[in-house]
Design a protein around this ligand. Structure first.
Ligand code: ADP
Ligand code: MG
Length: 257
């Protein structure tokens, strides 16, 4: 009789998609028999476990959707190597107040100074905090938008992009953009303006954006919206990629000398 009941309850839990509760029910029943665990305590334990599992699934889904190319963390960032970055400012950004306020973050600097690293680390924190997030390289994002012109689906694609609470656009500036790309980028920045955050990284200073976008009027219009509510971090320093290479060279010179 008890077996039949258990079978029925587990069937109900499965149908309700409460997988974790279903898995744990036999353990809880044994506990209940041994320690006289009350119904309320058992429900507390089971529902808390189910909720944790649900949150974990949602986080994994957000992380998968975000398409980060690597996993990077703030803890893994060596601030002593890059003294032009204020650790305090990055820790403050890690609280994601700027995302809540729908402000932008722009990371500027030469290659290898950690722009992509920090943008991913903040993006992962945003996912953890429950914000829908997506990562694109500028090149792939613009290619995707340009391809949408063929079937006139750019409006729908821009709307889809504007639904993400955090949009990371990595490495704008490596390739010059024609007017069509510049125009699409302007539309993208406009449709997110004051509605949702952009984290943008670039190796080009703002003064060369006119050249980058092949049009100084559109570049000014983009910067106007992008920077109205934004934190800009200008990283000046050496490439972290060359750090180990340099060390190997120094060690080699020492051992030769
Ligand atoms: P950028 O985007 O500015 O060109 P990346 O963020 O891609 O530079 O950094 C290049 C590599 O060096 C990455 O593997 C990154 O994790 C690492 N890196 C850069 N700066 C630091 C740092 N200060 N501490 C730890 N790792 C770093
Ligand atoms: Mg980069």
């Amino acid at each position: 009789m008890a077996d039949l009941k258990l079978h029925k309850v587990r069937g109900n839990l499965k149908e309700l998609k409460l997988r974790r509760m279903d898995e744990l029910l036999p353990d809880y029943l044994r506990e209940a028999e041994r320690q006289e665990l009350g119904l309320l305590d058992a429900m507390d334990g089971l529902t808390t476990e189910e909720l944790c599992a649900k949150r974990e699934r949602a986080l994994n889904h957000r992380l998968k959707k975000a398409r980060f190319p690597f996993v990077k963390t703030i803890e893994g960032f060596d601030f002593s190597f890059q003294p032009s970055i204020s650790k305090r400012q990055i820790m403050e950004l890690s609280n994601l107040g700027f995302v809540e306020r729908k402000e932008n973050l722009v990371l500027l600097g030469p290659p290898g100074v950690g722009k992509t690293h920090l943008s991913i680390a903040l993006g992962i924190l945003a996912c953890r905090a429950g914000y829908s997030t997506i990562f694109y390289t500028a090149d792939e994002l613009l290619q995707w938008l340009i391809s949408s012109l063929a079937d006139n689906s750019q409006g729908e694609k821009l709307r889809r992009l504007s639904r993400f609470q955090v949009l990371i656009i990595d490495e704008i500036g490596y390739l010059p953009l024609n007017k069509v790309a510049a125009n699409l980028f302007f539309q993208l920045v406009s449709c997110r303006y004051e509605k949702a955050s952009i984290i943008l990284t670039s190796n080009k200073s703002f003064s060369s954006w006119g050249e980058l976008f092949s049009d100084s009027v559109i570049a000014t219009a983009i910067l106007d919206r992008l920077l109205h509510h934004a934190v800009v971090i200008n990283i000046k320093g050496e490439s972290y990629r060359l750090k180990d290479k340099r060390k190997i060279l120094v060690d080699k010179e020492r051992s030769n000398g």
